[in-house]
Design a protein. Sequence first.
Length: 291
Amino acid sequence: MFKASFHPFLIPDDNSFKLNKAATEPGKKAPDDEECERRLAACVEEIADLQHILYAHDRYALLLVFQAMDAAGKDGTIRAVLSGVNPAGCHVTSFKVPSAEELDHDFLWRTTRHLPERGRIGVFNRSYYEEVLVVRVHPEFLGAQRLPNGVNNRNFWQWRYESIREHEQHLARNGTVILKFFLNVSKDEQRKRFLSRLEEPEKHWKFSEKDVAEREHWDQYMAAYEEALNETSRPWAPWYAIPADNKDFMRLTVAEIIRDTLKALNLSYPRPDPQALSRFNEMRAMLEKDK
Ligand code: ATP
Ligand code: MG
């Protein structure tokens, strides 16, 4: 089973992650924007090649989960990092407010239907983690889920974390490599990005009054994130808290983690057995004669 190795932004599984200590900006030693862009371009090509081998190897799937506050740059990161990958080799799904049909099922149902097949990269833009984030901040949303035992049980959220941990461990045991990215944008950077959505006409479409209202709950969101990330970061399904105030650095960091994970799987093109190889020679001879 895949296990994450050390990384400065990896959230450990010992409950020690403190969100208010996590960087939202690149460190002083980080590469400048130009270098980030240059390295990203190379990394994107490597990811595309690795996905091709992932497909031929046919043992693993890769699931990338993205969670963040509004305007942190989920869409742009997904676009930048996967831009080189064969469109047939990856599938992005965005999860919005659940539909009536989705609410009629357990909370892991809607995402399960979009899990990647062996050989493919599946991307979740938001995910079942919304169930312990936005729903934690707005427990009134639980009413629509019509859960039989009510939600007042004091273990309610622990049960949800447990379901998520078990779900992810099950997937990992069966060949899905899971990487989870929390794009950690600061409250002030979010304010600036909302302002630019108001100021620049070509960004008006991105502006949402609802996003500004959600900002009022910033501290509750941070508490929900901190707990959820601590409860669910495990070596086979690690969370990374990526500084998100600088987009070039964020995109490069995410791309490098994906590339390094795929590399560490030691993927290879399958080698035909000797019998098949001798059949190749026969086939070649047949095709050459068949002019
Ligand atoms: P963008 O704004 O870039 O298009 P987005 O992911 O913010 O992307 P929106 O349609 O603006 O998309 O928002 C989706 C909303 O759906 C978010 O507010 C999110 O919290 C909410 N949501 C997602 N899953 C759930 C859920 N399970 N229960 C309740 N709300 C959810
Ligand atoms: Mg939005």
